[in-house]
Design a protein around this ligand. Structure first.
Ligand code: GAL
Length: 434
């Protein structure tokens, strides 16, 4: 089957097309044919790239930077944009899983550096990329902490295109002024107090969206209450999930949730973040893709929004990285490798990162990034302690993260802290260090 597919122009299966079409329809996108094959080639070549960068807010525009560059370099290859909308890839990863399990890999797919990616390696789904990563200079240019999360048994399996930060507070200076809040809160306690003041000023204190955004908030609270070392320990065999620090973190998390909209789960991250710039909400804890969104919307820093580290996490850089991969059994591996080489280019990484709202993963592409959010992020990256992100694939296997999701869903509806702590601890007992 695979041989046939590689030899002939690729046909998308009815089911794959339907799922992709539905999701894209929801995002208001169309399946994109980005480049016409060169007229003189008798055999049509195409590359299908799977991601979740279909929605608004810097994401689709950032992907376009890569697509346009690819089209310029490889006009004879038709680009099929198989993006499935949905923040943090929650929907896309489910569709991808189905495709991989039924032997229909795209030419390349998006994933996160860390256990999320390494799960695919363990399942024998990915080709090694050592030669490509070395050949493009990426091996020497990547921060070691990132290379470490791309490596299994000494081999690299993903080309990183972003270096995002998760532990950020995006807030409305106008709402803070209205609520007589002097500045961004610096610890969990003053965070709760700040939210009380915003509530008293008749604004939504803390914007939140669908469930993964609550998990995102939780990971920053864990980092704040446990510190960088304590947080990192949680993901190994030494993690103390039943100890006082985790219990305190869950109490804080619960207090913060009280100051969110009970119907928040219906909002996308973009909709939730927009509540802040419109002055309807005081703040939101979210990654720096929010910066990409605000920049694309033409929002003005210091007026429509401002940022700070998530309360209690100063000096900590909770990072994550989006990577593209080379699945085993791809129909046209050469076309996919050409895509990955584009992803690895320093100038392309840099352009893409500016739109996406993150640092480029290549340190040699960071030169000259100065001022504004990105300059601030770059300075922090150079001095802060890096820790991984739970929500974005960096610390827990997919099975473990899935159990955390189920525990969190229950907690969001019944708010039983004791049960939540026990569910999290039981999940860690099953998965930590495995
Ligand atoms: C993260 C991803 C980011 C951004 C965000 C919101 O998981 O790594 O690049 O897209 O989700 O969708």
């Amino acid at each position: 089957m695979r041989g046939e597919r590689a030899a002939a122009p690729r046909r998308r299966s009815v089911l794959g097309g339907l799922l992709g079409g539905l999701a894209l329809g929801a995002a208001g996108c169309t399946q994109g044919r980005e480049a016409r094959p060169a007229g003189e080639t008798s055999e049509q070549r195409e590359l299908e790239v799977f991601s979740w960068w279909a929605g608004a807010g810097g994401e689709a525009t950032a992907l376009r930077v890569l697509i346009d560059r690819y089209a310029r370099l490889h006009p004879g290859i038709t680009f099929v944009n198989a993006a499935v909308a949905g923040g943090a890839g929650v929907q896309a990863r489910a569709v991808l899983e189905q495709r991989l399990q039924t032997g229909r890999p795209p030419g390349s797919f998006q994933g996160h550096a860390g256990p999320e990616l390494l799960d695919h390696v363990r399942a024998d789904r990915l080709q090694r990329l050592d030669d490509l990563i070395t050949g493009t200079g990426l091996a020497d240019a990547m921060p070691e902490v990132l290379a470490d999360r791309l490596r299994t048994d000494g081999h690299l399996h993903g080309v990183p295109v972003t270096l995002h930060r998760a532990n950020l507070l995006w807030y409305s200076p106008r709402v803070f002024e209205l609520a007589k809040v002097d500045g961004p809160p610096e610890d969990p306690e003053s965070f709760v107090e700040t939210l009380e003041k915003i509530a008293a000023a008749a604004r939504l204190p803390l914007a939140l969206g669908e469930a993964w955004t609550a998990k995102h908030l939780l990971e920053t609270v864990l980092a704040a209450e446990l510190g960088a070392a304590g947080y990192e320990r949680l993901w190994g065999p030494e993690g103390d999930w039943r100890g006082p620090d985790v219990r305190r973190a869950i109490r804080t998390f619960r207090s913060l949730l009280r100051r969110t909209d009970p119907d928040a789960g219906t909002l996308t991250w973009q909709e939730a973040a927009t509540l802040v710039t419109e002055g309807q909400a005081g703040c939101m804890v979210m990654g720096d893709w929010v910066y990409g969104l605000f920049a694309e919307q033409g929002r003005r820093p210091e007026e429509d929004y401002a940022w700070a580290v998530a309360p209690g996490t100063d000096g900590v850089y909770q990072w994550l990285s989006d990577v593209f991969t080379l699945p085993k059994g791809v129909p046209d591996a050469a076309a996919a490798r050409a895509w990955l080489r584009v992803c690895a280019e320093p100038a392309t990484q840099r352009r893409m990162a500016q739109v996406k709202g993150c640092l480029p993963p290549r340190t040699d592409a960071m030169d000259g990034i100065d001022g504004g959010y990105l300059g601030w992020a770059r300075d922090a990256w150079e001095k802060d302690t890096p820790i991984g992100s739970l929500t974005h694939g960096g610390v827990a296997s997919n099975a473990w993260a899935g159990e955390i999701d189920r525990a969190l869903t229950l907690f969001l509806s019944v708010r039983d802290s004791t049960r939540f702590t026990e569910d999290l601890a039981a999940a860690a007992d099953r998965h930590a260090g495995s």
